[in-house]
Ligand binder design. Structure first.
Ligand SMILES: [Zn+2]
Length: 70
């Protein structure tokens, strides 16, 4: 399991999101921004429509670099 904060994933708070896979944390982050940061959710949606790869390209390296937690 790895943990990244909302901020590290392009959000704006220090909420810690944990997941086993990149895909899982992307889903959690989407749920989190939709629930807590509607402006960020809109920006992420816009970014996704312009370039679906952009967000992943920017943030996946952080996931790859995060240490495995037990
Ligand atoms: Zn947040």
């Amino acid at each position: 399991m790895k943990i990244l904060t909302c901020k590290e994933l392009g959000g704006e708070c220090d909420a810690r999101l944990s997941a086993e896979t990149w895909k899982e944390i992307v889903g959690k982050m989407v749920d989190h921004v939709v629930t807590h940061h509607s402006e960020t959710a809109k920006e992420m949606e816009k970014m996704h429509n312009e370039d679906p790869e952009k967000w992943g390209k920017e943030h996946k390296p952080l996931w790859e670099a995060a240490p495995e937690m037990q």
